[in-house]
Design a protein around this ligand. Structure first.
Ligand code: CP
Ligand code: NVA
Length: 321
């Protein structure tokens, strides 16, 4: 039996294949209980969660606030214009103070290192709600969506066409553990972080999957089952807009690109989406799973918040992966 109690959830790099599968199982179980069985289930009654957001958010904020509340807990939204963090108080002191008030903290930060400080200096679990390096909650939702869609993940190939950013980093830390291969196209100068990439190569080797990189989007999409992209201009990069729009020419996902993919291809995007990275024809197509993917952010964050605070025994049979 896997226990996650009191662990931090900063990157899926820290979670084994069995642990990732357990979290996906709990997420599927919560979806079944709340959505299919309309159950009332409040294991987090009396618990509270602090939600620090240094950047904007629709999905992460709303899925976590409503998800914690559904589980009976109390979510407490802490925006940087309300709390002292970063203005009058350090991450270290904030971590120590919040540890006396709430049971768990989720934080969306500019610098991944700030999450590590919160984790180190506080005495409660810290969840990464997005940093410049990783977005582990998004990767969990993506693989839950793909499991629902394909029934089995082993042997699928995922093609990334876009920036070598937080989203692909988290997919790379997870895919090999689920038997999923990666083909990654990034423009020159916008490759993945070299340390993350080297970890991804090791993971792929360990799990017998492939990790292929190219600068040619068509090459990445060839025979792939899953086409994935993200904005070319992440939060905090607004000043690089013109330069990035130029660098990513030819990277828009279109039906022409999808024509070289596997006949059973589907499309994922963490959202928010801009039309430059994927045209309307693909984004609103039958193959696009983006709304299911967005909803799954809720069941997956609920699974993470619950498992870090309490052991949970699913009533749903363990899905095959
Ligand atoms: N995908 C995602 O994290 O969306 P938000 O920025 O709206 O939270
Ligand atoms: N790469 C994007 C993801 C947003 C959910 C960003 O960091 O802004």
């Amino acid at each position: 039996k896997v226990s996650f109690q009191q662990r931090h959830f900063l990157t899926l790099k820290d979670f084994s294949s069995e642990e990732v599968k357990s979290l996906l199982w709990v997420a599927a179980d919560l979806k079944y209980r709340f959505k299919d069985r309309n159950e009332r289930y409040t294991p987090l009654a009396g618990r509270s969660a602090g939600l620090i957001f240094e950047k904007r958010s629709t999905r992460t904020r709303v899925s976590t606030e409503t998800g914690v509340a559904l589980l009976g807990g109390h979510p407490c939204f802490l925006s940087p214009s309300d709390i002292h963090l970063g203005v009058n108080e350090s991450s270290k002191d904030t971590a120590k103070v919040l540890s006396g008030f709430v049971d768990i903290v989720l934080a969306r930060v500019y610098r991944h290192n700030d999450l590590e400080v919160l984790a180190r200096e506080g005495s409660i679990p810290v969840v990464n709600g997005l940093s410049e390096l990783y977005h582990p909650l998004q990767a969990l939702a993506d693989f839950l969506t793909l499991r629902e869609h394909y029934k089995s993940l082993k042997g699928l190939t995922l093609a990334w066409v876009g920036d070598g950013n937080n989203i692909i980093h988290s997919l790379m830390m997870t895919a090999p553990k689920l038997g999923v291969n990666i083909r990654c196209a990034t423009p020159k100068g916008y490759e993945c972080d070299p340390t993350v990439y080297s970890d991804a190569v090791d993971l792929a080797e360990q799990h017998g999957t492939t990790m292929y990189c190219t600068t040619d989007p068509m090459d990445a999409c060839k025979d792939a089952n899953v086409l994935v992209t993200d904005t070319w201009i992440s939060m905090g990069q607004e000043e690089e807009k013109n330069e990035r729009l130029r660098a990513f020419q030819g990277y828009q996902i279109t039906k022409k690109m999808a024509a070289v993919a596997s006949p059973d291809w589907c499309f994922l995007h963490c959202l928010p989406r801009k039309p430059e990275e994927v045209d309307d024809e693909v984004f609103y197509s039958r193959q696009s799973l983006v709304w299911q993917e967005a909803e799954n952010r809720k069941w997956t964050v609920m699974a993470v918040m619950l498992c870090l605070l309490k052991d949970h025994q699913p009533i749903l049979d363990r899905p095959s992966f």
